[in-house]
Design a binder for this molecule. Structure first.
Ligand SMILES: [Zn+2]
Length: 138
């Protein structure tokens, strides 16, 4: 579903979804909104090359309807040079900005989750421990 969002914004490109690892998905609450951050793989239909996407999905409102109502807020291609999540670093950065909000980094995900530059995703910018469970499920 995130790819639909990408295709709407990039009409010239077409990607086929190939692979999502469950432990590359982070599920968290920020304010009253429930977010998912994830990396997944997709293949370019024209060139056959596989790329990594980052997607953020947001669920506003009814948290009991957990599998309906998610909408895609961001979906874009990332590569190894993109910033990873700063989950492991939050206590080092804590207090580094006056209001505790860092629009350039995500403090929910582990480093292995690559993010597009700051502002394009909405959740995870508060410098605190989100208590996201980093257990590996695959
Ligand atoms: Zn994140």
């Amino acid at each position: 579903m995130a790819l639909v969002f990408y295709h709407e914004n990039n009409p010239g490109d077409h990607y086929e979804f190939t692979h999502l690892r469950l432990n590359d998905v982070y599920d968290f609450m920020d304010g009253k909104v429930s977010y998912l951050h994830m990396n997944f793989k997709a293949t370019n239909a024209a060139t056959g090359s596989e790329v990594t996407f980052f997607a953020e999905l947001a669920l506003e409102g009814d948290v009991f309807d957990k599998h309906g109502g998610y909408c895609t807020t961001t979906c874009s291609i990332v590569d190894d040079d993109c910033v990873g999540g700063q989950k492991e670093e939050w206590y080092n950065k804590y207090g580094s900005v006056a209001n505790g909000y860092d629009e350039h980094s995500c403090y929910v995900c582990a480093k292995k989750i690559k993010h597009p530059t700051g502002k394009s995703c909405k959740g995870g910018h508060w410098i605190k421990d989100y208590w996201v469970d980093d257990s590996s499920v695959e």
